[in-house]
Design a protein around this ligand. Structure first.
Ligand code: SF4
Ligand code: SF4
Length: 659
């Protein structure tokens, strides 16, 4: 009776606590704003299995430690799934001891035993490898918290006690049971080894003690995981079901200014959506977002993991208050006050490296933009320099303060048609191309290409900015004002296809404009050029210079839109690609995104870090496809080398055109 009673009391209360705690966490999560993260179920399910079961997210970036830990996680997850059956058996035999002999005689049982034994062996080896990683390899981004060691110890105790319980079965006191297990010994390789090497396994008191240790660990395991970062054992699968489908990598939903309950961004945890709150409970604290964050790695105060964990800490600390258990007039403190420094949110370049690498698909950038929206639209606060650029955007329609150029200067002495109804493409010439001398050359190259191939295109009759700098800075009001005015103009002109020269313009027109009613076919210029090179009119027209090219992927192409193969295919027609260590969707930010082109950077400059990384690849030239990257890297390269050749892909195309 002792064993069944112990199970009922210890395991039963632990299971009840688990259910209570999960119910409470679910209530907290549901306090967030509503949003649909359930459809389409089929695609979400497949993604969940890929990301969680196959741990795909660990392998998206080629960092040996990510792969190593991803592989270990696959092993431990598979072992856990198999061991679940073993734990059910443990509880069942504990509650109904007389059933053991009947079950053990069933033909399937030997395979079940073998699987349990093999899984136990795999888990023990995996735990040793995980401990080696934490003690010897010690990746800088991994926090060696007591909770992490406790879970490793707990799993080790659960699995090793299970092996010892199996070992004792080979010395079972009951003759009938002993005979059954003697026949099953061939299927218990680890139990046999333990029985041979630990003589104590013969001792029934020792076996009873081990049985209780196993039960205690199992009972402690459940409350432990729901009160620590190990909640992710339960939330990782749903997190990967709810993750943003993309592209875009991160969904930045528009503010509904007509809504009855208007919320301008987020200040407190309850201003966030349920998915944003859920992210806090999904975080595994692996630290990869910090490891990949260019701002953090260049010494800025921004810590994306900290932002996610602050959300969890805040909802847990303020849960009772939010659920109505506190004084009626009390309200949770703003996240800026108790979670993280408000300065952190302005260090983000919106590069998306954090979300790209996060194994549970957390959307740090979305939180950061939510907080920026509150700061800008509710409080009127943002870094002074950014404020001036936004003011310029508001007053003059572009964010380039103090520029010596007018919006017409770039096309002097060029034949550039103005868009008329019936033309195929609207060439969208963004601010970064118009108002800086270096990037004007990109637009000129593009116009020469379009004219030479007789493409039907035109430009707007007046300069327009997509409003993207305002969106990324959190001024959604200004963004929507500009976007709606642009949509009105585009509709009046009958525009259907837009050819962009900047990934930020592309991203905005492609993803944010449809939400406001402006749906166009948006073609980024590398894609257009790749199409041209393959088309009847362009095939065979590009000369191969056989030079080596290092391609710098702009974050808003490679990461936010998963667009990196086609520009390479195009460049391969004109030379040979030589990859920088950070390339493709693992690209390293130039430091200019999220309004940082206009900001004053403190400490190590991100553009110099990226420039050094590109130079290390030792190509004849560096090529990119973003005017901001071109400007940031031009500056960064000056600090790294005296001898550099940096171009936009349109310039390379133009110079490789055979006359
Ligand atoms: S988006 Fe980029 S800069 Fe911003 S927190 Fe993520 S990794 Fe860091
Ligand atoms: S937010 Fe994602 S990447 Fe960052 S520590 Fe948590 S799980 Fe890891």
């Amino acid at each position: 009776m002792v064993k069944p009673l112990s199970i009922l009391i210890l395991f039963g209360s632990s299971a009840l606590y688990l259910v209570y705690k999960l119910h409470y966490i679910t209530k907290l999560i549901r306090m967030g704003r509503p949003e649909d993260r359930f459809r389409p179920p089929g695609r979400r399910l497949v993604r969940m299995l890929n990301k969680s079961l196959l741990q795909q997210a660990h392998f998206t970036v080629r960092v040996p430690d990510y792969w190593f830990s991803g592989f270990l996680h696959i092993l431990i997850l598979a072992g856990f799934i198999v061991l679940l059956a073993g734990e059910l058996e443990f509880l069942f035999f504990g509650l109904f001891p007389e059933a053991e002999i009947h079950v053990a005689r069933q033909p399937f049982y030997k395979y079940h035993l073998l699987l349990q034994e093999l899984s136990a062996g795999v888990i023990i080896l995996t735990l040793l490898a995980l401990a080696y990683r934490r003690l010897i390899l010690r990746p800088s981004y991994l926090t060696n918290s007591p909770a992490a060691w406790t879970i490793l110890g707990l799993i080790f105790l659960i699995v090793s006690s299970m092996v010892l319980i199996n070992a004792h079965k080979l010395h079972a006191e009951s003759a009938a049971l002993h005979a059954v297990y003697r026949d099953l010994a061939a299927y218990m390789p680890i139990g046999r080894f333990a029985a041979w090497s630990v003589s104590l396994t013969e001792n029934p008191f020792f076996a009873e003690g081990v049985w209780f240790v196993h039960l205690l660990c199992l009972s402690f395991f459940m409350p432990f995981i729901v009160n620590t970062k190990h909640t992710h054992i339960l939330t990782a699968f749903p997190a990967n079901y709810f993750r943003n489908a993309g592209p875009p990598l991160v969904a930045l939903e528009p503010v509904d200014f007509e809504a009855e309950e208007l919320r301008l961004g987020a200040e407190r945890v309850e201003d966030l959506s349920w998915k944003q709150i859920f992210d806090g409970f999904a975080c595994t604290e692996c630290g990869r977002c910090v490891d990949r964050c260019p701002a953090n790695q260049s010494g800025k105060c921004l810590n994306p993991k900290n932002i996610i964990l602050s959300i969890r800490a805040s909802i847990l600390a303020n849960g009772p208050l939010l659920l109505g258990a506190g004084p009626a007039d009390a309200a949770p403190k703003p996240l800026f006050e108790e979670g993280f420094d408000a300065g952190e949110i302005w260090e983000c370049t919106t590069c998306g490296a954090c979300s790209h690498v996060c194994p549970v698909g957390n959307e740090h950038l979305r939180d950061i933009i939510s907080f920026r929206r509150h700061e800008v639209m509710e409080e009127g606060r943002s870094p002074a320099i950014l404020q001036k650029s936004l003011k310029n955007l508001e007053d003059r329609g572009h964010p380039f303060r103090g520029t010596a150029f007018s919006w017409l200067d770039w096309r002097k002495e060029l034949e550039v048609p103005v868009f008329e109804s019936g033309m195929e493409y609207l060439l969208w010439v963004g601010c970064a191309v118009v108002f800086e001398e270096r990037t004007q050359a990109v637009a000129r190259s593009m116009v020469r290409i379009l004219n030479r191939f007789g493409i039907s295109y035109g430009v707007l009759p007046e300069h327009r900015c997509t409003g993207d700098p305002a969106k990324q800075a959190g001024n959604e009001f200004l963004f929507q004002e500009m976007a709606l005015s642009n949509i009105e103009l585009l509709e009046s002109l009958g525009v259907q296809k837009i050819l962009t020269l900047c990934p930020h313009c592309y991203h905005s027109l492609r993803h944010f404009y449809p939400e406001l009613g402006g749906d166009y076919e948006v073609v980024p210029h590398p894609e257009f050029l790749a199409w041209l090179a393959e088309s009847d009119i362009g095939r065979g027209r590009l000369a191969d210079s056989h030079q080596t090219i290092v391609y710098h992927d702009p974050c808003y192409f490679a990461r936010h839109n998963n667009y990196h193969a086609r520009p390479r295919a195009l460049l391969e027609r004109m030379g040979r690609i030589r990859e920088a260590s950070r390339h493709g969707s693992n690209t390293l930010c130039c430091g200019g995104g999220g309004g940082h082109y206009w900001a004053e950077e403190q400490g190590t400059r991100m553009n110099q870090v990226r420039a050094g990384n590109l130079v290390e690849a030792k190509g004849d030239s560096i090529v990119t496809s973003c005017p901001f990257c071109l400007l940031m890297l031009t500056d960064g390269l000056k600090a790294v080398t005296e001898d550099y050749r940096l171009y936009d892909i349109a310039e390379v195309f133009s110079t490789h055109l055979e006359i």
